[in-house]
Design a protein around this ligand. Structure first.
Ligand code: ADP
Ligand code: MG
Length: 560
């Protein structure tokens, strides 16, 4: 697949570690793969082995055991390092002048748990996607049209995060491109992650530049070929009939045309052009040659949310004006209701075919984890209950495979940090807490300042042992906090709304209680760890100004 969005692959090397014959390459060999040009992966498998050999043939034992000492060492120290390595296993002999272990030696010496951690990262594209056979077959059935040279229907894919949409779509497009090469049908997939590329300008510019690149490459190879033909004619080693051209003049004309075309393709700058110029540049670049293009717009809901549906409108009506090429759109959305915001024409064109990715259940998540863990971990490092527990936790989290894999990876990292050789259930539980805490920290950190103040008021009350905190109490403390740091004070009604938002984010738990003839109020308690949340709040530059809130919290109790 042609990935037009290099930004989206947090770790481009990860695609290189997908299971091949050399599945067992360790972490360090996997690092070597990073230098490898993708297009040469198959040949380079040997290259990797060679590099592995240099480490194994004893010529440089400091590299062999991955010792970090050489990194900082000068030449003389390397010698010492070699000797020290020779006796490294013999720990009973405390040689007085033995090189003292470096910072990393100790960490490296433990048996690592992971065989290849990369396969547990989101950037890795698995070769097998259990429980997505139906969706993958549906996509393939629609897209096979492209291999027959016709335009496939547009497809809209829906499903919550972590249900395998991106992985399945990438898998299908890789297969599509491979097959199109095999049968020499001009068909390609352009992947765009709209969370990163989130405006019409950027989407069109990225597509335009991709096709301009391809066209220029094509023109240059054609020119080279034709100029060779021209030279052969001049040397009379070939005849006009053999060239496929009617005359020498026709050949020369074609060369001139190609030269002119090459000059005309001007890349689109990342900003500055009017949108219709970007669009027409893209249009001409696609239509320069015969081809079927599937434009994969991942996280399409983010694009529409940020920039409306103009891009989709323009892309979806292109086919009626294209002469040589055809485009088909494959939109992927995490938001099931996103078509509600679309122009009806865009909606019906984009949703010609719809494929739903349902959440995984715990059993399916187990299968997914099992497949990955076979490659990711060394043998016998997982105790029996680890995978079922990761699967159960993630099934509660709307059947999110990403969460399941994160749990498994984090559990492995915690076990590694404990220097144990086996991952246990307890590591998974700690991993769950850690991931949950990371999420809370992120949510709290990005709250608007007013919400942070409200939350801080709740925390101060809890710290002082108040249970069933009510809105009035929160509001009083909140007011004082605002005065303290010169913030505008919102109305109590507005503060009640902010409390509801905190409730929805799972940060506080609020219930409405009736106070008889005194009306109703909200009672709340904190649902997140107090100390961590407090320190995130105080890291905010404004809230950090609240030097000592204790006196007026105390005053509030004295009043009552
Ligand atoms: P989405 O795009 O729906 O949010 P992804 O395709 O990014 O989800 O999947 C999230 C993670 O789970 C990725 O690491 C992906 O490789 C993995 N994953 C999802 N479904 C499967 C599956 N059926 N088999 C193996 N791995 C899967
Ligand atoms: Mg995705």
């Amino acid at each position: 697949m042609t990935n037009t969005d290099s930004n989206t692959d947090a770790d481009p090397s990860a695609r290189d570690d997908r299971p091949r014959d050399d599945d067992t390459v360790g972490r360090r060999e996997a690092d070597d793969v990073e230098e490898v040009d993708e297009s040469e992966v198959t040949e380079d498998v040997e290259g990797i082995d060679e590099q592995g050999l240099t480490a194994d043939d004893g010529s440089d034992p400091t590299v062999d055991d991955g010792s970090a000492t050489t990194v900082a060492a000068d030449v003389t120290d390397v010698e010492a390092g070699v000797e020290a390595d020779g006796v490294a296993d013999d720990t009973s002999e405390a040689e007085p002048d033995e090189a003292s272990p470096g910072l990393f030696d100790d960490l490296l010496s433990g048996e690592p748990i992971f065989e290849n951690k990369e396969v547990l990262r989101p950037s890795y594209t698995p070769r097998r996607l259990p429980h997505r056979e139906e969706q993958i077959n549906n996509m393939a059935t629609i897209l096979v049209t492209a291999l027959r040279g016709d335009t496939p229907s547009n497809i809209l894919i829906y499903g919550k995060t972590g249900t395998g949409k991106t992985a399945s779509a990438k898998f299908v497009s890789d297969e599509l491109e491979t097959t199109s090469q095999k049968y020499e049908v001009p068909c390609e997939v352009q992947y765009i992650n709209c969370e990163v590329t989130d405006t019409q300008y950027r989407v069109l510019a990225q597509l335009a530049n991709k096709f301009i690149d391809e066209n220029v490459t094509y023109i240059e190879s054609e020119l080279e070929r034709l100029e060779d033909t021209r030279a052969a004619l001049d040397e009379e080693t070939t005849t006009v009939e053999e060239t496929g051209f009617d005359s020498e003049e026709a050949l020369d004309e074609r060369i001139e045309d190609l030269d002119a075309d090459r000059e005309e393709f001007e890349p689109v700058p990342m900003t500055g052009w009017p949108t219709d110029r970007v669009y027409s540049t893209f249009f001409e670049a696609v239509d320069y040659r015969e081809r079927v293009v599937v434009i994969m717009l991942d996280e399409i809901d983010k694009l529409v949310e940020k920039s409306g549906d103009d891009t989709l409108y323009n892309l979806s009506r292109m086919n009626s004006e294209l002469d040589n090429s055809r485009v088909s759109i494959m939109g992927i959305s995490n938001d099931l209701k996103f078509t509600d915001f679309l122009d009806p024409r865009v909606k019906s064109s984009l949703g010609e075919e719809e494929i739903v990715f349902p959440p995984y259940d715990a059993t399916q998540l187990r299968d997914i984890l099992q497949h990955r863990s076979d490659i990711a971990f060394k043998e016998d490092t997982l105790s029996e209950d680890v995978i079922p527990l990761c699967a159960a936790f993630a099934a509660q989290e709307h059947g999110d495979a990403r969460r399941a894999l994160d749990l498994l990876r984090t559990a492995g990292e915690l076990a590694e940090r404990d220097r144990t050789e086996t991952i246990h259930e307890a590591h998974v539980r700690r991993a769950q807490e850690k991931i949950e805490l990371d999420r809370v920290v992120e949510v709290v950190r990005t709250l608007p300042t007013q919400s942070k103040l409200v939350l801080y008021a709740v925390i101060l009350l809890e710290e002082n042992g108040v249970h069933n905190i009510n809105t009035g109490e929160v509001f009083n403390i909140y007011k004082r906090l605002c005065n303290e740091i010169d913030m505008d004070v919102l109305t109590q009604r507005r503060v009640t709304d902010l409390i509801s938002e905190l409730d929805m984010l799972g940060i506080v738990n609020a219930v409405v209680v009736s106070k008889g003839r005194y009306g109703r109020t909200k009672e709340m308690s904190l649902s997140v760890p107090l100390d961590e949340t407090k320190s995130v709040l105080l890291a905010d530059s404004r809230l950090g100004e609240v030097e000592d809130a204790q006196p007026f919290v105390q005053a509030r109790f004295d009043d009552s």
